[in-house]
Design a protein around this ligand. Structure first.
Ligand code: AMP
Length: 331
């Protein structure tokens, strides 16, 4: 798709073909950043849109495209209500220590804090836990959203208490093309000693790092698992190592762990990565059921495992549809 308008026209054509005679009652959008203010989905008004535009510098690679889709709908079907659902909202309400970036006050006052992302995915998982795994729904749960973007969320009683993403969706776990946590001194070094520009560094951090950089082959986990190249093996080793290390850190934040849930492209489909992460986390009391893991669960830990492990497919689109329907009084 060339731009939001072309995408919308294509989608509208598909909708008309599929639901002949139907009428659009509302449009829900995934918007990556809701800042500190939007702790819940919200109906889009001109004022809301203006506030969301002010957040573009916080997510320059995602927010403009999300807002372009809202603009395209407003232009084509101006009378239809739109709802913005944020990837950050689910994490609002975390303890102050989890949100803090300990830099000078004027920097924090300008909006520099840990926001967390993948919130719609985590909210969906929290919403289905009472049905899929009622025994852990009120407990201490780490959800591992492992896809092209990857992060972990620590939940207590279905609420986010911390996550591996921070101010941006670069922090935390190793991802397809993003490095995850990097000593900030490295970034300074890139500017001061390697003479790189801000644009170079942005491109390195978002597009040229992570699994792609380590392997030199691909950012797709399937390619790496199928390769016998030492660099591909190192990329997978690092992915697992970082995930297991961060699971340990979030377990400390939760004061213990009752369950680990895998979701998203890698988490839902790769029995090998799940096995390796569970093995690296066996010290926490996770005992994997190899057959259940191969069958993709939903429960993949053995009966009697002190910490249970699960595979639950995520559904961010359904979460957006539910929010949109509820906010517009349609359901
Ligand atoms: P997502 O961003 O959630 O759509 O996840 C996309 C990523 O999931 C892809 O880049 C693949 O690396 C990964 N993926 C999908 N299927 C598999 C699989 N069967 N085994 C390993 N990785 C997979």
């Amino acid at each position: 798709m060339r731009d939001a308008r072309t995408a919308l026209d294509t989608l509208a054509g598909w909708l008309r073909g599929r639901y002949r005679g139907g009428r659009v009652l509302g449009v829900g959008h995934r918007v990556v950043h809701g800042g500190a203010r939007f702790a819940a989905p919200t109906i889009v008004t001109p004022q809301v849109l203006e506030e969301l535009r002010q957040l573009i510098p916080l997510a320059p690679l995602h927010q403009p495209y999300n807002l372009a889709a809202i603009d395209a709908v407003a232009e084509r079907i101006p009378d239809v209500a739109q709802v913005a659902c944020f990837d950050t909202s689910f994490h609002r309400g975390q303890p102050a220590v989890a949100e803090l970036v300990p830099l000078p006050k004027e920097i924090r006052d300008a909006g520099v804090q840990r926001y967390g992302f993948h919130g719609l995915s985590y909210e969906y998982i929290a919403s289905v836990l009472p049905d899929v795994a009622p025994q852990i729904a009120a407990g201490r749960v780490i959800v591992a959203h492992l896809g092209s973007g990857a992060s972990l969320c620590a939940m207590r009683n279905g609420k986010s208490v911390d996550s591996s993403f921070g101010f941006t969706a670069v922090d935390g776990l190793c991802m397809g093309t993003r490095p995850g946590a990097v000593d900030p001194g490295v970034i300074l070094y890139l500017f001061q000693n390697m003479g790189l520009s801000a644009q170079d560094v942005e491109s390195i951090l978002y597009k040229k790092s992570g699994l792609l950089a380590i392997s030199g082959i691909s950012n797709d986990m399937r390619d790496l698992l199928g390769s016998s190249e030492p660099a591909a093996r190192l990329a997978v080793d690092y992915f697992v190592y970082r995930a297991a290390k961060e699971i340990g850190a979030l377990t400390a934040a939760l004061g213990g762990l009752d369950a680990l849930v895998f979701t998203a492209g890698i988490g839902e489909n790769s029995a090998e990565i799940r096995r390796r992460i569970c093995e690296a986390s066996s010290w926490l009391g996770i005992e994997l059921d190899a057959n259940a893991n191969e069958r993709c669960g939903p429960r993949i830990s053995r009966e009697g495992s002190r910490v249970s492990a699960w595979v639950i497919p995520t559904n961010e689109e359904l979460m957006i549809a539910r929010h949109t329907g509820r906010l517009l009084g349609l359901i």
